[in-house]
Design a protein around this ligand. Structure first.
Ligand code: RIB
Ligand code: CA
Length: 326
């Protein structure tokens, strides 16, 4: 039975890599994609997402527009990383398809409430790959929708490193309040959460030569696009390979044994001058009792991915987008 999934994206070069994997792998049932402002403005994210789903020949997957800005922070995009159009400026044919008329939060509500009525194996795995604004609004506005969630596997945060700042990872830094709300609401609503953060995010990589083979003339649209996305990153950063980025979080749903995870208390720093948006992953041994700690243990304890079998996930992505899996 294919795993029902919904991706929440800010497409995004690596979000596009994740969308191709989710759209093409037979073990996943991609039910919908919701969009949020992040790497690019939300309307560009919607356009990019529809374009990627066209390349994957998946016109059946609804796409909905969500929050165009964070809960409190001013929106700041990442076009310096992802290009002016947010997806590598590839001049790829734009989709003619229209997004779903519902707001992303309403589409998520409808799908999750329907899933909650069905068999437990129809519960949906939410895979947020962007700032968590949509997910925070969903969980606070429609908490009963949580019954339709199997688990949340999100790309964000990090136990050891940052990228947007020395402390914080981009998705969490973009909307720290949303990330804090998602962790708090998940604890309150008993939702299983896995954090696929920067400790593993950069490791699964694909070489530029492999990318060139994917984009060989006459190849499938999806493979050609996948190769172009990797090639853009290699050119942008002057490297011989590039990370599959967000696609790694989808790999962690497909092959959970590919990551080593620890169940740890996690908080989001909201006030720090230099640390705002940091995911504070508490790796101390609480069984020994840390009563001296005035902060106490964080309310949210989640699975934090600390190591990844990078080759396994890179191969999984390549085998799928290269056309071997459908
Ligand atoms: O920090 C990496 C994250 O920020 C990824 O989701 C990437 O797409 C960007 O949104
Ligand atoms: Ca992203």
């Amino acid at each position: 039975m294919a795993i029902p999934v919904v991706l929440d994206v800010d497409t995004g070069v690596d979000d596009a890599c994740a969308l191709l994997l989710a759209a093409l792998h037979p073990a996943l049932d991609l039910r919908a994609v919701t969009c949020v402002g992040g790497n690019a403005a939300v309307d560009a994210v919607v356009a990019n997402t529809l374009t990627v789903l066209d390349a994957a020949d998946r016109p059946d997957v609804p796409v909905a527009r969500g929050a165009d800005r964070p809960l409190l922070e001013e929106p700041v995009d990442a076009r310096h990383v992802h290009g002016q159009d947010g997806m590598g400026d590839l001049d790829w044919p734009k989709s003619e398809r229209q997004p779903d008329p519902r707001h992303a939060v309403e589409l998520l509500r409808d799908m999750l409430l329907e899933a909650a009525e069905g068999d437990v194996d129809r519960r949906i795995t939410l895979i947020p790959l962007a700032p968590l604004t949509n997910i925070s609004l969903l969980l606070r506005t429609y908490p009963s929708a949580a019954k339709g969630i199997r688990e949340i596997v999100f790309m964000g945060g990090g136990a050891e490193v940052g990228n947007a700042t020395a402390s914080a990872e981009f998705n969490v830094f973009h909307d720290p309040e949303a990330a804090a709300v998602v962790l708090d609401a998940s604890a309150e609503l008993d939702i299983q959460v896995t954090m696929y953060g920067l400790d593993v995010f950069y490791a699964p990589r694909v070489g530029q030569e492999t990318a060139r083979m994917l984009s060989a003339p006459g190849g499938r649209d999806a493979a050609d696009l996948a190769g172009r996305l990797i090639a853009f990153q290699c050119e942008r950063f002057g490297t011989v390979d590039a990370t599959i980025g967000d696609a790694g979080a989808v790999c962690a749903v497909l092959e959970p044994a590919g990551v080593r995870r620890e169940r740890l208390p996690v908080r989001v720093e909201l006030a720090g001058t230099w640390s705002r948006g940091r995911t504070i992953v508490d790796r101390r041994d609480w069984s020994a009792g840390l009563h001296h700690d005035p902060h106490g243990q964080a309310r949210s304890t989640i699975d934090v991915c600390l190591e990844v079998d990078a080759q396994r996930y890179a191969t999984l992505w390549l085998d799928t987008v290269g056309g071997g899996m459908r």
